[in-house]
Structures are given as C-alpha cells and as structure tokens.
Ligand binder design. Sequence first.
Ligand SMILES: Cc1cc2ncn([C@H]3O[C@H](COP(=O)(O)O)[C@@H](O)[C@H]3O)c2cc1C
Ligand SMILES: O=C(O)c1cccnc1
Length: 359
Amino acid sequence: MPSDMEVVMSLLADTIAQIAPLDAGVMQAARARQDMLTKPQGALGRLESLSIQIAGITGQVRPQLKQPAVVVMAGDHGVAAQGVSAFPSEVTPQMVLNFLHGGAGINVLARHVGARVVIVDVGVASEIPAHPDLVSRKIAPGTRDFSVEPAMSREQAQQAVEVGIAVAVEAIDAGADILATGDMGIANTTASSALVAAVSGMSVAEVTGRGTGVDDAGLAHKVAVIEQALKLHNPNPADGLDLLSKVGGLEIAGLAGVIIGAASRRVPVVIDGFISGAAALVAAALAPESKAYMIAGHRSVERGHQAVFGSLDLEPVFDLNLRLGEGTGAVLAISVCQAACKILDEMATFGEAGVSGKE
Ligand SMILES: Cc1cc2ncn([C@H]3O[C@H](COP(=O)(O)O)[C@@H](O)[C@H]3O)c2cc1C
Ligand SMILES: O=C(O)c1cccnc1
C-alpha cells in the first residue's frame, strides 16, 4: 500500500507528466484560416494571436469557449502579523462570505461574462460555515509568519497545489472550457512579491507595491520584511515547492495547481493580477510546459507585475488600472478570448463574401 504522501506526490507528478506541447498543426491551420478572413492580414492583432494560441491549446481549428469558470482560492498569511497590509486578516473570511452571497467584484464581473465562480477555502485561518457553493479543502489555518519561519511544510505546499489540480479538473469535468484564476488572502501581495523577487532576481523594492494601499512608511516596512525573509530562507527559484513552502501562500499554491490542472487537460487558463502572476511563476517552475497554456489577462497596478511578464514571456491582454485580484481582470479577459474565437469561427472568408483580395 502506498502511503498517503506517495499518492499525493504521484498526483502532482502525473499531472505534470500529462502536459503536452500545443498542437502545431492545428495552430498552422488556424493561422491559415485567419489569413483568409475578410480583413487585411493581421488587422485584428491580438485577437488573431489569441485565437491561434487557443486553437493550439484545445486542438481545435475553430475552438468554442462556451462555459467559462473562475476559481477563487482563499487563504490567510501569518506574515500579516508584521503589519504589511492596510487591512486586517479577518477580511479574508468576510470576503469569502461576500463571494458566497454574490456581492463581490468577482461575482459581478463573472455574471457579466457568464462565468461560474468556484470558491475554495484552501487555507483561511478561521472556520467558514458550510455552504453549498464553498469548496472546503483547508490544508492549514493560514500559513506561518515567513518572516520568522517557513510559511508551510513542503508537504503542505504540495497538498495545496493538488487541491488546485483537483478543483480545476472537477470544473473541467463539469463542462468548463476556459478557466480564470482568482485570489483572496490579506497580505498575499507580500508573499507574491517575495516569490517574484526570488524568481526574477530583481530587487525586493523593484517588485513590491502597495497592495491594498499601505502608505510610504508601510511600503518601506513591507520591503524590509520581505528582504529579511528571503535572506533567512534563500528559496531555490527553480524549485516550485521550495518557493511555496518558504515564502508562499496556500491560495498561491492552489492557483499554481489550477494552472497545471488546466494545462494537463488542454484548457486555456487566464491569469489574473499580481498574486495570480506569482502563482503562474510557481506553476512554470513546477511544469515549464504549462506556460504555453497561460493567457495573461491584464497588467495590474501592483509594482512588480511587469517582472512576472518578463519572467514568463507573456503580454497582458489589457491594462485597466485594476488592483483588486479575486480574478476580476481575468474574467473580463475571458470575454476577449471568446471574441477572438468567434472571429476565427464566424467571420466570412474573402471567397465566401466575394470580397477582392490584396492587389
Ligand atoms: C475588501 C477587500 C477585498 C479584496 N479582494 C481582493 N483583495 C486583494 O487584496 C489582498 C492583497 O493585498 P494586501 O497584500 O495589501 O493585503 C488580497 O486579499 C487580494 O485578493 C481585497 C482586499 C480587500 C481589503
Ligand atoms: O494585482 C492584483 O491581483 C492585486 C493587487 C493589489 C491588491 N490585490 C490584488
């Protein structure tokens, strides 16, 4: 009999092993179709390249995105005790209840694009009363304060990634054909900046912003806390579980799992803001092939988000000056992905429409 730990480890390893490269033949066929549509070649810019990426992801020359879902992972952070957020930790469970009642920003924007919202407690510190729409998969009641000790054990990091894999696969089995990532966790921009600094090699000051709105003194303190933590733990940037266990978060681990799970099932995954971007860096460290399945939804206001795009070689779909998280920018970008696929599928070719080609 394998121990529980071996089963857990094999799920992560098996899922990573299932991630295949994009289908180059399908992408070529989608490119050829784009070039026959009634517009100057390339005139629909990013809509064209997005449609081709999604064709390569799904293996369909004319992919349809009909059932979006956003996975919002919630977890608390021990490092909040250092005063690195403008808000108290009790906001995390309070916002989870808000999600469940449909009143948060993500609920509104998900309704706007017709996306299902999946809310997961992977590490909220307090007990959240049972609710039919809450996926309760708590690995620990928050992380430990990583300014003084590792945020979690390596085993917990792996278990949290696996929660994300399982939730993504369940959503896909229930019909989802495109996923978005969303986060909730007071102080999680601190963990995210630590991860981004560790992976990008940039200085902590360059990749640390105000999160929920700390003032100048608060920002300087936040930078000092992260610098000290990185000095203490020296995480290995090539080892996703080492990064997570030392300076990560349970919801960040869960989101890395969502990305890996989506990639393993050939489903596009739209990455939200800075926290989701940190999760994407971890996913890429664990499974480099998962990068091809990522679509960067938007550029967040949070300082350091650009470093994520640089490290992953991604270009955000838009920049609306968002700095909320929860998956808000990602679900809006899903609508752009759907538009891109409709262009590829529904636009007439020059031949069909009787329009003359280029001289
Ligand atoms: C009411 C409220 C709703 C939110 N929804 C997302 N966040 C965002 O803010 C937090 C990160 O910022 P920091 O690192 O400064 O704590 C995360 O929970 C993130 O999802 C929120 C924050 C607040 C206050
Ligand atoms: O970009 C984000 O996701 C973000 C930025 C600030 C605060 N919360 C989330």
